[in-house]
Design a protein around this ligand. Structure first.
Ligand code: ARG
Length: 461
């Protein structure tokens, strides 16, 4: 059975239904480049261990180069009868190097350590790509924040007006979440940068091959210290899928706000024509489809993560064929983000904020009540009492259908002698914002410091 890596102990080939079930070339072919890189590194350690002569190594590397070229230009593809990328590439190697030389390469390695290594190589590259794209989203948030140094907006809790905040503060709040996602990938890479190659099927190699030199050859920092762990663990895959789903969830939270801001009722943002879509029947429609797709795809990313975790649950050591199911979820997670992030970054970069309306609404809905209470505290009133008095002012204003700054000095005085006309100092958005000047607060100066610190941490990644 040409293209098969096993068969000696079988008297018959696999049933068609088994072959169809077993086959993974439809999705693992994208690992071909990594598989060939692994083969080059493996050929070198075979040579160093005396299992390939210098001439054989030269010929093997030449055949692998030809194979790689043919794979990349599409002239060599998986055959219907190939089970997986490893088997197919061995067939391709045999065709190019001859059976005798080509047949030597498999010594001391197994598809189990190959696939675990190839997966990590793929994911490390994907993490770098996704991070670069996510950085574009973060840059768009920073630019929007910098372009709106003083733009007050209603800060919300429970979606109700809570306290005025600066738009830059709000945008950076999303920025910090994405910054942590970027940091997560950096931290994750310390665990991903460990090569399983040389673990063999599960127990290591008897041929004196050096896993550390293969690891270095393939750009890893080190090699695994346990061959069972190397071939059977997939927590590094799962962690990648989790980070991807966390990014999805963070994108979906910003998406939900963009969708809300773009409604007629709220009218805080206008979407750029290039980053919004129309309706096939309603000519007036301009829809926030990027944000909606991001919100939807966050569910898909969570599905990838959950599916992978469910596959891993209760798997005994070491390799089990269940692990073939590890690839599609992480491939899908990487592909989903790589498709989504450029559009998302463009959408954020081109949002136009209706700052006049946002500023007008910022103090409404009694959003300055906390400022009254805290002003009273500064006058020596205990907070419990201050909270009550400010609440009473809200009640009076609400009954009259006005805002807190519309109450007269007499009305304030009749609520409490502590509520002197001086309270008006905090009855403005500006007064409220500037008073919140400590680290992490929404005061303009605090936000300027925050932006500097944000950029400093971003540059450290
Ligand atoms: N294609 C398999 C996978 O993706 C690797 C092959 C291991 N197969 C085996 N019978 N041990 O996990």
């Amino acid at each position: 059975n040409e293209g098969s890596l096993w068969g000696g102990r079988f008297s018959d080939g696999p049933a068609d239904s088994l072959a169809a079930l077993s086959k993974s070339t439809d999705f693992d072919w994208r690992l071909a480049r990594y598989d060939i890189a692994g083969s080059r590194a493996h050929a070198r350690v075979l040579n160093r261990s005396g299992l390939l002569t210098d001439q054989e190594l030269t010929d093997m590397l030449a055949a692998l180069d030809t194979l790689e070229r043919d794979v990349l230009d599409g002239s060599y593809v998986a055959a219907e009868s190939d089970e997986d990328v490893h088997g197919s590439l061995e067939r391709g190697l045999l065709e190019r190097a001859g059976e005798t030389l080509g047949g030597k390469l498999r010594a001391g390695r197994s598809r189990n350590d190959q696939i675990a290594t190839m997966g990590r190589m793929f994911l490390r590259d994907s993490a770098r790509n996704v991070s670069a794209q996510l950085l574009e989203v973060v840059d768009a948030l920073i630019t929007q924040a910098e372009n709106h140094p003083y733009a007050p907006m209603p800060g919300r809790t429970h979606l109700q007006h809570a306290q005025p905040v600066l738009l830059s503060h709000h945008l950076l709040a999303h920025g910090w979440a994405f910054l942590r996602d970027l940091q997560r990938f950096v931290d994750w890479d310390r665990r991903a940068a460990v090569s399983p190659y040389g673990s063999g099927a599960l127990a290591g190699s008897s041929l004196g091959l050096d896993p550390v030199s293969i690891a270095k050859d393939l750009g890893f920092e080190s090699a695994v210290w346990n061959s069972i762990d190397g071939t059977a663990s997939r927590d590094v895959f799962a962690e990648f899928a989790w980070i991807a789903s966390m990014i999805g969830v963070n994108l979906s939270r910003l998406s939900e706000e963009i969708i809300f801001w773009a409604t007629k009722e709220v009218n805080f943002v206008t979407l750029h024509d290039a980053y919004s879509t129309g309706s096939s029947i309603m000519p007036q429609k301009k829809n926030p489809d990027i944000a909606e797709l991001a919100r939807g795809k966050s569910g898909r990313l969570l599905g990838d993560f959950t599916g992978l975790m469910t596959t891993l649950k209760a798997l005994p050591l070491a390799y089990n064929r269940d692990l073939q199911e590890d690839k599609e979820p992480v491939f899908d997670a990487a592909d989903t983000l790589e498709l989504l992030l450029p559009a998302f970054a463009g959408q954020v970069a081109t949002l136009t904020f209706n700052t006049a309306r946002m500023a007008e609404l910022a103090p409404e809905g009694f959003a300055l009540a906390t400022d009254i209470a805290e002003w009273l505290v500064r006058q020596g009133v205990p907070f419990r009492v201050a909270h009550e008095l400010a609440g009473e002012a809200v009640r009076v204003a609400e009954n009259r259908g006005v805002e807190l700054w519309d109450l007269t000095d007499d009305e304030y005085a009749s609520i409490s002698e502590h509520l002197t006309p001086d309270v008006r100092a905090v009855l403005s958005t500006e007064g409220s914002l500037t008073s919140r000047s400590s680290q992490g607060g929404t005061g303009p100066e605090a936000v300027t410091h925050q932006l500097t610190e944000f950029k400093r941490q971003l540059a450290e990644i």
